[in-house]
Design a protein around this ligand. Sequence first.
Ligand code: KIV
Length: 277
Amino acid sequence: MTAATEGPGNAPRPLTVRDFPARKRNGEKLVMVSAYDALFARLADDGGVDAVLVGDSLGNVIDGRTSTLSVTLDQIIYHACAVRRGLQRALLVVDMPFLTYQVSVPRALLNCGRVMQETGASAVKLEGGGPRIARVVHAVIELGVPVMGHLGFTPQSVHALGGARVQGREPDAAQRLLEDAKRLEDAGAFAIVLEMIPAAVAERITASVSVPTIGIGAGAKCDGQVLVMHDLIGLNDGFSPKFLKRYAALAEDARRALRTFAAEVRDGSYPGPEHSF
Ligand code: KIV
C-alpha cells in the first residue's frame, strides 16, 4: 500500500470521485456493486470493490416490484444511511429515484442536496443524457455534488423503452448514445454507467470520453463493471440476464441451511446442550 492509497493509521484511504478518472488514465479497471444495507456494504468493502451504489434496483431486489419506479427519496435515503455505516473505503453513490430530478432543476438540487446531507454519500447517479438531463447534471455538479451518469437501458424509462432491452443496436441509436455520453462528460459527470448496449458501441463510447464508463451488459471494453451484489453472489437466483455471471450460489446454500434447521427443530436435535444455558 502506498501513501496514495493509505488513510490515517494505515487504514485504507477512502476513495473519492477524483480517483475514478485517474483509474481510467492509468488503465486500471473500476469495480462497483449495488447493495442496500450495512451488512452487504461491509462485505463489498472487505471484497475490495471501489464503489457501492445504493441502486433504485432495491425496488426489484428488496421490495419485490417489477420495476424501479415505486422507489421514493425517503426509501433510498434510509438504505443509503445503512450502507454508509458499512463502508470504510469504497465510494458511496446513491441513485436518485424516478421523479426526484427530472421535473425541474430546483427540485433536483433540493433532492440531490438532501441525499448528500442526510446520507454521507460522495455522489449521486442520474439516468439519461439528453439536453434537459444534461442541464440538471450540470446544475447539480455546480452545487458541489458529483454526478455519475447512466445511459443505455435506463430502468426508470422501462415503459418508454418497451422493456429491459439492449439499446443502441441501430447506427443512429448508437450515435445518440455517443452524443449523450459526450454531453454528460461536458456537463461534468465523473463516470457513466452503460447498461445493456452492444459491446462495440460501449467500446466506441469508452474510447471517446475521458471519464470512465462502468458497464453492465456492455462488454469487456468499459473502464469498469457493475453488478447487483445479490445477483453476483447467487442470492437472487430467479434473475438470469445474459450479462450476469454468478460467482457463488448462496440462494441454494440458504435453502439447504433452512431445510436442515427446520428438520433439526422438528426432530429435536437443535438446540443441543452446547446451544443451551
Ligand atoms: O439500480 C441499480 O442497481 C443500477 C445498477 C445496476 C447500475 O442502476
